[in-house]
Design a protein around this ligand. Structure first.
Ligand code: SF4
Length: 435
C-alpha cells in the first residue's frame, strides 16, 4: 500500500545517501565533548563566512544565519523537501553538528546563530536600504528561537544604522498574527516578508515541487502580513522540468496574475538552476538522453533541467514591458539570474553575442533601466537557437495537459528509481494529479 505522494518518495530516494550520512554525523556529534562540538560549529562558521553572507551593497544585503535547516526539508534524519531545493547536501557534517549542538544546549546554539551574523557582518552594522536576514524559514521557532528577535533586530544591538526595510523569508503556513506582532515589537513597521510560492498552480506546487503549501495558506498569509502593515514578496520559479514550454509560460503568467490579485507587493522571478539533490538535477543527469521524453520535447540533451533562455524571456516579457503599476512589481531575481547565466552560458556559446545581449538587458533592467528589455523580443526569431527552439515547440505539441507530461516523466523517473515497482507508484501518481 502506498500512502506517500509520489514526489515525496522520489525526493526521499534522491536524498537517501545524504540522510544516511547525516545520521552518522549527527550520532558522532552527540558523542563529542560539548565544548569540542561548540568549537567545531564555530570553526565551521568562521571557515566559510561567504556561506552565511551572500552579498551586501548600499541598496541590498543578504545575510544567512547559521541554523538547523528547514523543517520541511529535514524531518528527523530524513531529507525529502521541495524537489527543486538543495541548500544542504554539500555541508551535511556542519548541519549535523549544529543540530546536535541545539539538541544538547540551546543557549550555545543561540550564541552560534548570533556569531554567524557577527562573523559575516561585524558589529555596529550600517544597514543597507533593504537588509535580508534569513534562516530560510524565519518564523520557525525551532530553528530561530523567539528571544533572538530582540538580539538581532533590537534598537542599538547589531545595527548602528537600521535599514529602511528588514526582509525575512518564511513558509506561508508559519505566518500567524501572534508571531508577527511579537516580532514587530523588535523589528518595527518597515518589513518585507518573502515567501516561496513557486507557482500558483496548487497541484503542481505540491505534487511536483513537493512544497506542502496550499493556495488557501498563501492567501491567508498574505492577508495577515498586510493587516500587520508589512509588505509581501512572492517568489516564483520559471522552468520546472517535466513541463512543456507552453505550460511553463502559461502557469508562470497565471501565477503572477494570481499573486497580483492577492495584493502581493513584489514578485521575484527565478529560473530554475541545477543543484545536486534536486529533481532538475536528476533530469539533467539521468534523463537528458531518454528517447521517449526526447520525442515529446520534454528533455533536450545538454539543455535538460534548466529552462530554455527563450522560455524565460517569453514568460517574463509581458510583465516587464507592461504598464508601470505591473512592471514595477515583477522583478527578475538579483540572486538567481546571475547563477542561471553562469550555468547556461556554455549551452548558448554558438551565439555568444545574443546571449550576452539578453543577459545584459536583464541586468540593466534590474539596475533600474525599465526600457532595457524592449528590444529583446526580436531575439526569439533571430538567433542561432531559433530553429531548434521551434523544433522543440513542435515536438511538445503532442501534449495538451500538464498532467500528461507529468505522467510521462514520472513514468521514466519511476523506471530508474524502482525498476520492479514503478508501475503501481506511477498509477498512484496519476490518481494524485487527476483528482
Ligand atoms: S524551498 Fe524553502 S521550504 Fe522548500 S525545502 Fe527549501 S528551504 Fe525548505
Amino acid at each position: 500500500m502506498i500512502h506517500k505522494m509520489f514526489i515525496t518518495d522520489v525526493m526521499e530516494k534522491l536524498w537517501s545517501p545524504i540522510s544516511e550520512q547525516y545520521k552518522i554525523e549527527y550520532d558522532k556529534a552527540m558523542e563529542f565533548e560539548l565544548s569540542s562540538l561548540n568549537n567545531s560549529v564555530l570553526d565551521e562558521i568562521k571557515k566559510i563566512p561567504e556561506k552565511f553572507y551572500f552579498f551586501a551593497s548600499p541598496q541590498l544585503s543578504a545575510t544567512m544565519l547559521a541554523n538547523i535547516g528547514c523543517s520541511h526539508q529535514k524531518k528527523g534524519h530524513q531529507f525529502a523537501g521541495c524537489s527543486m531545493c538543495d541548500y544542504y547536501s554539500t555541508n551535511i557534517k556542519g548541519l549535523a553538528q549544529i543540530n546536535a549542538l541545539k539538541d544538547r544546549d540551546l543557549d550555545l546554539y543561540k550564541k552560534a546563530v548570533m556569531f554567524s551574523f557577527e562573523n559575516s557582518r561585524g558589529n555596529n552594522v550600517v544597514g543597507s536600504q533593504i537588509e535580508t536576514v534569513t534562516t530560510y524559514n524565519f518564523l520557525d521557532e525551532d530553528s530561530f528561537p523567539e528571544d533572538l528577535y530582540g538580539d538581532i533586530f533590537g534598537k542599538g544591538k547589531l545595527y548602528s544604522r537600521r535599514p529602511i526595510y528588514f526582509k525575512f523569508e518564511t513558509r506561508p503556513a508559519m505566518v500567524t498574527k501572534e508571531k508577527l506582532l511579537k516580532l514587530k515589537k523588535h523589528i518595527g513597521n518597515r518589513v518585507i516578508v518573502s515567501m516561496g510560492i513557486e507557482t500558483g498552480n496548487e497541484q503542481l506546487r505540491n505534487h511536483w515541487f513537493n512544497k506542502g503549501t496550499t493556495n488557501q495558506q498563501i492567501t491567508d498569509a498574505v492577508k495577515i502580513i498586510k493587516d500587520v502593515g508589512w509588505r509581501v514578496t512572492g517568489n516564483l520559479l520559471i522552468g520546472m522540468p517535466g513541463l512543456t514550454e507552453h505550460h511553463i509560460i502559461t502557469t508562470f503568467q497565471e501565477s503572477v496574475n494570481w499573486l497580483l490579485s492577492l495584493g502581493v507587493d513584489e514578485i521575484v522571478c527565478s529560473p530554475i538552476v541545477l543543484k545536486p539533490c534536486t529533481l532538475q538535477n536528476f533530469f539533467n543527469k539521468q534523463l537528458s538522453d531518454n528517447v521517449l521524453l526526447t520525442n515529446y520535447g520534454l528533455v533536450q540533451g545538454k539543455h535538460t533541467g534548466m529552462p530554455h533562455i527563450f522560455t524565460v524571456l517569453r514568460a517574463l516579457y509581458p510583465f516587464l514591458t507592461a504598464a508601470p503599476e505591473i512592471s514595477s512589481k515583477v522583478a527578475p531575481s538579483a540572486f538567481h539570474f546571475p547563477i542561471y547565466e553562469s550555468m547556461v552560458k556554455n549551452e548558448y556559446a554558438d551565439d555568444a553575442e545574443a546571449f550576452t545581449t539578453i543577459m545584459h538587458a536583464y541586468e540593466q533592467y534590474r539596475n533600474g533601466d525599465k526600457n532595457a528589455l524592449l528590444l529583446l523580443e526580436k531575439y526569439a526569431d533571430e538567433t542561432n537557437w531559433s530553429d531548434s527552439y521551434q523544433c522543440l515547440l513542435a515536438k511538445q505539441q503532442k501534449i495538451t495537459e500538464i498532467s500528461e507530461s507529468l505522467y510521462l516523466t514520472a513514468s521514466e523517473i519511476g523506471k530508474i528509481l524502482w525498476s520492479d515497482s514503478w508501475e503501481k507508484r506511477v498509477d498512484h501518481f496519476q490518481k494524485e494529479i487527476t483528482v
